[in-house]
Write a protein that binds this ligand. Structure first.
Ligand code: HEC
Ligand code: HEC
Length: 270
């Protein structure tokens, strides 16, 4: 009896000893792995534990810098997208919008179809126009021209302009549909590089609230905007939706998807 109990005590203290050494080992490896080893590197610059974890997991530090240091202090946009922003507006709003839009025709075209490299606005989703105008106004999306033009517009003016442009027929380009002939990045993206397919947000499979209609846009505009997202100069996309997509894309890939979306083709039928 005695001997058995003694034996049990020894096993128990042995178990405690191994738990204690496991805990000590874990603490030591955390200190060494996240603190001592990284700090011994020449480019050590950990600002937080999250930073160290990303570093330990092998995330390139440029990503971490973009993801946490530049973006957390400032929100991407002040605009909260609501489903009602996407609803069709009353004819009176469209009429008021048409009058206000006389200030916009010079660059965006008489009927919202641009002849320059400014974006088309015809048939653009209303919530997109509202969000982008509010972002220009607040400076979340930088453009000296559009900042000046949106400065004196009220929230109602912007809503009416959005209603007017949404009421115009879209570019004569058929909406993208899920189909084998689409460029791979448009149709399936590239999971290995974390690139989601364009059609999962920009129409074809799904249109995410706030994702612009791209078909028939001037090619140079599409390339320029993707490059701005890539460099982080344009950063008004909530949750880095676009920045995450273009980050790993090459210049050739950007060119290819822009060529695809800029296609001028068959009537949209809408
Ligand atoms: C002098 C030329 C000019 C005028 C006038 C102008 N715009 Fe623009 N607009 C531009 C350019 C250039 C861009 C792209 C700027 C950028 O890089 O962000 C743009 C972008 C936009 C966008 C963003 C579209 C998108 O797909 O993201 C909207 C919305 C817009 N303009 C609305 C208007 C409205 C409404 C007016 C009239 C009140 C107007 N613009 C007048 C040149 C102009
Ligand atoms: C996760 C959803 C998502 C995916 C995937 C996505 N986009 Fe976007 N994209 C958006 C959103 C949302 C915006 C508007 C951002 C904002 O609020 O300013 C946008 C904006 C853009 C713009 C700027 C258009 C304008 O008029 O301002 C371009 C160009 C663009 N996307 C191209 C693409 C291409 C090409 C792909 C595929 C390689 C793609 N996007 C994949 C969500 C997405």
């Amino acid at each position: 009896m005695m001997r058995q109990r003694e034996g049990g005590g020894r096993t128990r203290s042995l178990a405690w000893l191994s738990i204690a050494s496991l805990v000590a080992l874990t603490i030591a490896s955390v200190v060494v792995g996240f603190g001592w080893l990284p700090s011994a590197q020449a480019d050590f610059s950990a600002v937080s534990l999250w930073d160290s974890i990303c570093r330990a997991a092998g995330v390139p530090s440029a990503w971490v810098r973009q993801g946490s240091r530049q973006d957390t202090p400032a929100v991407a946009s002040n605009v909260i997208l609501l489903p009602e922003m996407a609803r069709t507006a009353a004819p009176a709003a469209v009429g008021r919008g048409a009058t206000l839009a006389l200030n916009c025709t010079m660059c965006h075209g008489a009927l919202g179809m641009s002849r320059s490299d400014a974006p088309n606005l015809a048939g653009q989703y209303p919530e997109v126009i509202i969000k982008q105008m509010e972002d220009y106004k607040s400076g979340k999306r930088g453009s000296p021209i559009m900042a000046a033009l949106s400065k004196n517009l009220s929230a109602d003016d912007i809503k009416d302009l959005a209603a007017y442009y949404a009421s115009l027929p879209k570019a004569r380009t058929a909406p993208t549909t899920y189909d084998e002939t689409l460029p791979a990045l448009v149709r399936v993206g590239d999971p290995m590089r974390n690139i989601a397919p364009c059609i999962s947000c920009h129409g074809g499979v799904d249109q995410k609230l706030g994702a612009p209609w791209l078909e028939g846009m001037p090619k140079n505009y599409l390339v320029q905007q993707m490059q701005l997202f890539k460099t982080g100069e344009r950063r008004n996309d909530a949750q880095l939706q676009m920045r995450n997509v273009v980050r790993a894309m090459t210049a050739d890939e950007i060119d290819a998807v822009a060529t695809f979306y800029a296609r001028k083709g068959e009537p949209a039928g809408e």
